[in-house]
Design a protein around this ligand. Structure first.
Ligand code: ATP
Length: 361
């Protein structure tokens, strides 16, 4: 069984009465991965986490840990630990006691517990807070104690349910970096749940985008951002241009589409509709380039700047593409280029094939 993935979810369906929270979800997680489950409210993220943790039973399907079926095994017998959004620290226990709690449950001896508490407090820079109670800590420190308590028993898998939700924006960014660095240093497998796409892009090795109880797309942050397979993913992650047109055909990984009389080339996911059908393409704002003359890029159209938004280090431009019946594009450019472009003179806009993903609906 040594080749088995750390976690395998095998055809998990979960129903609550008439609600289908998860529908035949299958997923492997390798040892040491930082996997983020991303999706809108109600898509089944917490339910998946609860099933992995043993707090909930699936209606159908299996949960395997290192190849072993643990579907019916209670949480304390799984070697999996969870960090909750509200941390769930014991208010009447000190930091040291909170960290020791899981170790006592495991039946560790006093000396061993003390050594492990010291080790984990030093690792997470909590040494100075051992005798404090949760109420005497800042939000970020409490978050670290929750993490220390969950890591102390050395679980094979750590489940994190929106653990940064209670932190303000500035602290959140800092704790994101910390959490990522802790994951790297411990080589632990983190399964992180969030509905915040930016957080997912920043922290993860791999993102699983969920929609209505199903996996919408599973890939690296770069793949999901630049090669979204579906319209849902393209719109959920970052800002994008959606170009509505008609599919001309596919040649290997390339798809050719007609966009109001303009022929455009992009990357094609598996399962595209047949030629002649309406399709949507996604191209990110920062992938559009401005040129005085027609560029050599696979895609080039002429347009006029109709609006400018100053964003500090860069500028967002709205462009009307006259050759495409006035359809609009939005692009980011540096502030200097943005300022120099006038709405009176048409400008060429170019982007390459790899920058545009043709989407499945
Ligand atoms: N105990 C329950 N009883 C009935 N329905 C439930 C229960 N738990 C979850 N659901 C339903 O299952 C679906 C998935 O819920 P889940 O909590 O997994 O979503 P989520 O993606 O974690 O959402 P959020 O981001 O809001 O936490 C929802 O429609 C929810 O209403």
């Amino acid at each position: 069984m040594s080749n088995a993935p750390l976690v395998r979810l095998d055809g998990i369906t979960k129903r609550f009465g008439d609600t289908v929270a998860l529908s035949e979800l299958s997923l492997d997680i390798a040892e040491g991965e930082f996997v983020t489950f991303l999706g809108p409210s109600g898509c089944g993220k917490s339910t998946t986490l609860r099933i992995l943790g043993g707090f909930e039973q699936p209606t159908n399907g299996k949960v395997l840990l290192r190849g072993e079926d643990v579907t019916r095994r209670p949480p304390e017998k799984r070697n999996v630990n969870m960090v909750f959004q509200d941390y769930a620290l014991f208010p009447h226990m000190t930091v040291r006691q909170n960290i020791g709690f899981g170790l006592e449950l495991k039946g560790m001896g006093k000396t061993e517990i003390r050594a492990r508490q010291d080790e984990i407090m030093s690792f997470l820079e909590l040494d100075a807070f051992g005798d404090r109670y949760p109420a005497q800590l800042s939000g970020g420190q409490r978050q670290r104690v929750a993490l220390a308590r969950a890591l102390a028993p050395d679980p094979a898998l750590l489940l994190l349910d929106e653990p940064l939700g209670a932190l303000d924006a500035k602290l959140r960014g800092q704790v994101q970096q910390e959490l990522k660095s802790i994951q790297r240093r411990t080589h632990k497998t983190f399964f992180f749940v969030t509905h915040d796409q930016e957080e997912a892009l920043t922290m993860s090795d791999r993102i699983v985008v969920m929609n209505k109880g199903k996996v919408e797309q599973d890939g690296t942050p770069e793949e999901l951002y630049f090669q979204p397979a579906t319209r849902f993913v393209a719109e959920f992650i970052g800002e994008t241009n959606l170009l509505h047109g008609e599919l001309r055909g596919t040649e290997g990984d390339t798809a050719v589409m007609d966009w109001f009389g303009q022929t455009l080339r992009g990357t094609a996911p598996a399962g595209l509709p047949v030629a002649g059908q309406p399709v949507t393409a996604s191209v990110r704002l920062e992938r559009l380039g401005f040129h005085a003359a027609r560029p050599e890029t696979a895609n080039a159209v002429q347009g006029r700047v109709t609006g400018k938004t100053f964003l500090g280090s860069r500028m967002a431009l709205d462009i009307a593409v006259e050759q495409a019946q006035g359809a609009t594009l939005r692009a980011y450019t540096d502030a200097g280029t943005g300022q120099a472009l006038s709405g009176d003179v048409p400008v060429w806009i170019g982007w390459d094939e790899a920058s545009m993903a043709i989407l499945r609906d």
